[in-house]
Design a protein around this ligand. Structure first.
Ligand SMILES: *Cc1c(COP(=O)(O)O)cnc(C)c1O
Length: 346
């Protein structure tokens, strides 16, 4: 990769960040805090939260096998995605390259930040070749977005092709592993020390069952994490979220149980879908959802809505005509979907 200094927007390199009261006094041994204009009543919500979420990071680091200075925490993964655009991409000048189809937020953030978004279509197995992404890049390409397992297709991307990109691309490679807990493929977290241009995104929203608390994780070199901390809002993760996440980390064995049950239900659902007359293709998946091509996605989507069952209609997404994306639910929820589809008459 190029020098980090060369990739980062000059105004961000030069930025002097806001310094909060909690940045300037970090100790905990003091007992009288009269520095942050907080209300002395209504403990504990009267106090600003830890801006760097140190207690939480200390619990996440051993579970993920990384060092605390390789972790950034934000208001969902979406905060991490937005921050990397604002760190690296000069509006109106720089561009990014991404696979297509994939998670919609990469493009939305590009559009918000006035950054050109270059899409490279996946092949019929929903795989990509590093050479095709590299061919779409130029001097102004700062970022490449990969999502593995990919949303909405469900499959892991080729490990070898991702490695080739990490070796050959001069900019930053973002590997979004929102669904990695459901996959057997190894995470790219173990390669952070090897690739200074790698950013791995994970989230509490899926396997951890915490979409409501809005907590996303980014893992990268301490230099990149330092830049993310420099430009984030000072108290970007509120105290209630930090506390709930700490509680969930102590329940890690329970989370592993959920993952196992969802994987088992996924296998069962795909076997049952194969028998449905309205189901034409089921695409292989490594996530907590699967993509299926049906006889008429719009009609079946509307039929299910009338039964009070909502799936995701992906028919207008590239390579996904007549496809529905089905999230794995509880056994009774999954059975309700199967029952409804067995009764569907075209
Ligand atoms: C669900 C999802 C996320 C999670 O986003 P949060 O903001 O953390 O809820 C990230 N990436 C992909 C590809 C997703 O599907």
């Amino acid at each position: 990769m190029k020098d980090l200094q060369e990739l980062v927007r000059p105004n961000i390199l030069a930025l002097k960040p806001y310094s909060s009261a909690r940045d300037e006094y970090k100790g905990i041994e003091a007992s009288v805090f009269l520095d942050a204009n907080e209300n002395p009543y209504n403990n504990p919500n009267n106090r600003y939260p830890d801006p760097l979420q140190n207690e939480l990071k200390a619990l996440i680091a051993p579970i993920k096998g990384v060092r605390e200075e390789q972790i950034f925490l934000g208001n969902g993964s979406d905060e991490g995605i937005d921050l990397v655009y604002r760190i690296f991409c000069r509006p109106g000048t720089d561009n990014v390259v991404a696979i297509d189809p994939t998670y919609g937020m990469y493009q939305v953030c590009a559009d918000i930040n006035d950054v050109e978004y270059r899409k490279v279509k996946l092949d019929e197995h929903f795989q990509f070749r590093a050479a095709d992404l590299l061919a779409a890049a130029d001097e102004q390409t700062k970022l490449m977005f990969l999502c593995s397992p990919n949303n909405p297709t469900g499959n892991d991307l080729s490990h070898e092709e991702i490695l080739t990109l990490l070796r050959q691309f001069q900019g930053i490679v973002i590997v979004d592993e929102a669904y990695a807990d459901f996959s057997e493929a190894p995470s790219f977290l173990s390669r952070l020390d090897e690739f200074p241009n790698l950013i791995v995104l994970q989230t509490f929203s899926k396997a951890w069952g915490c979409a409501a608390i809005r907590l996303g994780m980014a893992f990268a070199s301490p230099e990149i994490i330092g830049l993310m901390n420099k430009i984030k809002y000072p108290y970007n993760v509120n105290r209630l979220t930090q506390q709930e996440a700490i509680h969930m980390l102590y329940k890690h064995p329970q989370v592993l149980q959920w993952i196992k049950s969802l994987q088992e239900e996924r296998t069962r659902m795909m076997e049952e879908f194969r028998k449905l007359p309205c189901c034409q293709t089921i695409f292989p998946t490594d996530a907590n959802f699967f993509l299926t091509r049906v006889t008429d996605a719009n009609a079946i989507y509307n039929y299910l809505v009338h039964q009070g069952i909502i799936v995701r209609n992906r028919t207008h997404v590239s390579l996904c005509h007549d496809c529905l994306r089905i999230t794995i639910g509880t056994r009774p929820e999954n059975n309700a979907l199967l029952e409804a589809l067995r009764e569907y008459k075209a």
